[in-house]
Design a protein around this ligand. Structure first.
Ligand code: ADP
Length: 210
């Protein structure tokens, strides 16, 4: 590989973007600062942020950007039940997935949310790690979903509502770009230098001593 190709690759790896929503329950629980602090402490750079009340159309569009999402979310829910020795409400992932979507639209349109774009090395996977697994009951301790809420597939199902888990975070770089394009106009993303990144990734750490 030529030096130019390597340096372009390093730049694109260092500047991966991901999309995050602080969901209506996160706002109501007054966790905006806490959520932002978690991602900020990792060293990621926030490049776009706004508050909005999602319409049903927007919520639906967001979750169905991936045409496979309905089936995947259904499968994941069914596995969640089985792993706890429980019987899922249906064996059909499409049926379960559609039910989840209906509940999610109610949840996401219930109040204001904050939408954000975070940028930095491995932004997608590091933000997912800090966010934690979908079901707060089994999300790891130390993650946002594991630390600030208790909810489960079982209780949410019995109440016929969505699992409340404070935040949404993109699952892949491709998903992130599709979600960013849905929620933000190009000029809402700000290009700027975060001085601390220069220290984080300086190859020789040679600008410190006087
Ligand atoms: P994640 O948000 O972890 O990427 P999914 O994309 O699979 O998870 O699901 C989107 C959201 O739908 C979840 O964050 C959760 O709020 C809700 N959800 C998923 N599965 C269920 C379910 N079986 N019952 C209720 N709500 C669900």
């Amino acid at each position: 590989m030529t030096d130019k190709i390597i340096s372009n690759l390093v730049e694109s790896l260092k500047n991966e973007q991901t999309f995050v929503i602080i969901k209506p329950d996160g706002i109501q629980r007054t966790l905006i600062g806490e959520v932002i602090k978690r991602y900020e402490s990792l060293g990621l750079k926030i490049v776009a942020l706004k508050m909005a009340v999602p319409t049903a159309d927007m919520a639906k569009k967001h979750y169905t950007l991936d045409p496979e999402w309905i089936r995947k979310v259904g499968e994941k829910s069914i596995i969640g039940y089985r792993n706890k020795g429980l019987v899922p409400p249906s064996e059909d992932p499409i049926e379960v997935g559609n039910k989840v979507l209906g509940r999610l639209v109610r949840y996401m349109t219930s109040g204001p949310v904050i939408v954000m774009v975070w940028q930095g090395p491995h932004a997608v996977s590091i933000v997912r790690k800090m966010t934690g697994g979908t079901e707060p009951l089994t999300s790891d301790v130390g993650t946002i979903r594991g630390d600030f809420v208790i909810d489960s597939y079982q209780i949410a199902d019995l109440d016929d509502r969505s699992i409340r888990n404070i935040v949404h975070a993109s699952g892949s770089p491709e998903e992130a770009q599709a979600e960013i394009n849905l929620w933000f106009k190009k000029d809402e993303l700000i290009k700027y230098r975060l001085i601390q990144h220069e220290l984080f990734y300086d190859v020789n750490l040679d600008g410190i001593l006087e």
